[in-house]
Design a protein around this ligand. Structure first.
Ligand SMILES: NC(=O)c1ccc[n+]([C@@H]2O[C@H](COP(=O)([O-])OP(=O)(O)OC[C@H]3O[C@@H](n4cnc5c(N)ncnc54)[C@H](O)[C@@H]3O)[C@@H](O)[C@H]2O)c1
Length: 262
């Protein structure tokens, strides 16, 4: 299918009609982005296993009188259950237009202490569930010759962080998949990119034994001398799923305050 068709379909689509599948939506970076997508008129299917975080996301959306939030409380590691739940939701919504693969687990210990099973468990949530999300969304995206996919990776995949080997492995996989999918799905009007957050003060950071020293270390290493905010991620995600990014594919953009400048 031609780029011209992609553009004409994208231009005639109402932003308000987009259905966004967002695993990990209730997390530290996901919640703020979800609210900003709802504010922009998108419909968001928030997939997360944490009931408390989902409740507070739901309450935050209700407090702002925002419509369009669908809560799907499932464990992404249960791949068959996930596929069934997403198939049902895709049917109910008429198909998924945008996938933001954002969920992750990040166990921390020396590489020698991770079993193969530990590695596989991390890949199942961080990578395999992302593959299922894309596979469920793909038929509708292909049929309408329009779709957007963003994988949320991490600068740890380039910077060489210790004690996070299954997580770093998973983020390398998501970066590679963004390129492979961009190449394979581009002819069908589907753009795929990735973003790599730097260090943001969310639960993901609580794995560090000394958070205060770590926070100082981060700012010292960034070109921009402040901590990252969820809004920094929301802004870049909104850009990648907008028409303005319609000619970018297979890229990974670091959103890290100028830390890892690769
Ligand atoms: N915060 C950072 O500093 C940072 C840095 C680099 C990359 N990232 C990436 O950004 C993304 C969001 O990170 P965050 O900081 O919001 O982390 P977070 O832990 O706050 O959010 C992750 C969300 O995923 C959900 N989740 C985890 N396992 C799940 C499962 N099996 N089933 C369903 N839901 C599950 C959690 O409940 C949580 O709400 C992740 O992919 C992370 O790797 C974050």
């Amino acid at each position: 299918m031609t780029v011209g068709l992609h553009q004409s379909v994208a231009e005639t689509r109402s932003v308000a009609s987009r259905v966004i599948l967002y695993p990990g939506a209730a997390g530290g970076l996901g919640a703020g982005t979800t609210l900003s997508l709802l504010e922009a008129g998108d419909r968001v299917i928030a997939v997360d296993k944490d009931g408390k975080k989902m409740d507070s996301l739901d309450a935050a959306a209700a407090a702002r009188s925002l419509d369009g939030l669908t809560i799907l409380q499932v464990d992404l590691g249960e791949l068959e259950g996930l596929r069934r739940a997403l198939d049902t939701v895709a049917q109910e919504t008429g198909g998924i237009d945008v996938v933001i693969n954002n969920a992750a687990i990040y166990p921390r210990r020396p590489a020698k202490d991770f079993s193969i099973e530990d590695h596989q468990a991390v890949q199942r949530v961080n990578v395999d569930a992302a593959i299922v999300c894309v596979q469920v969304a793909l038929p509708h995206m292909r049929a309408q010759h329009w779709g957007l996919i963003v994988n949320v990776a991490s600068i740890t995949a380039y910077g060489g962080w210790p004690d996070l080997s299954p997580y770093v492995q998973s983020k390398g996989a998501l970066t590679g998949l963004a390129r492979a999918w961009a190449r394979e799905f581009g002819p069908f009007g589907i753009t795929v990119n990735a973003i790599s957050p730097g260090a943001f003060p969310t639960d993901a950071e609580k794995i560090h034994p000394d958070p205060e020293t770590y926070a100082r270390y981060i700012v010292e290493h960034q070109a921009i001398k402040r901590r990252g905010r969820p809004a920094d991620i929301a802004g870049v995600l909104r850009f990648f799923i907008s028409d303005q990014a319609g000619f970018i594919a297979g890229r990974t953009l670091n959103v890290d305050g100028g830390w890892v400048m690769q």
